[in-house]
Design a protein around this ligand. Structure first.
Ligand SMILES: [Zn+2]
Length: 98
């Protein structure tokens, strides 16, 4: 009967892995109406609290957006089209002899 109410318990409830980029905590976010262009109203996403990395927007069609997002986030975003890491970081430039 040890039931510890800790901060991590809350995080586990969300089921989000730590940020694949910086290891920070992730959280769910939602586009509030009026904040952006109207077309994103109500869309949800997961973002890193530290570096701001985020999934793409998902619209809660059957109020299961969080599951989809969690899946997306936990699967690591480099499966999808993130034009940063792989394309640019491929070339190990460091040995230019002068
Ligand atoms: Zn991060």
């Amino acid at each position: 009967m040890t039931r510890a109410m800790t901060m991590t318990e809350d995080r586990e409830k969300l089921g989000l892995s730590l940020c694949p980029f910086c290891g920070g905590a992730a959280r769910f976010g939602k586009c509030a109406p009026g904040e952006q262009e109207g077309e994103n109203d109500g869309a949800e996403y997961v973002e890193c609290c530290d570096c701001g990395a985020s999934t793409c927007l998902v619209f809660p069609l059957m109020d299961s957006a969080k599951q989809v997002l969690r899946d997306m986030w936990n699967r690591r975003p480099d499966d999808r089209k993130t034009p940063n890491a792989k394309l640019n970081g491929a070339e190990p430039s460091g040995g230019a002899s002068v």
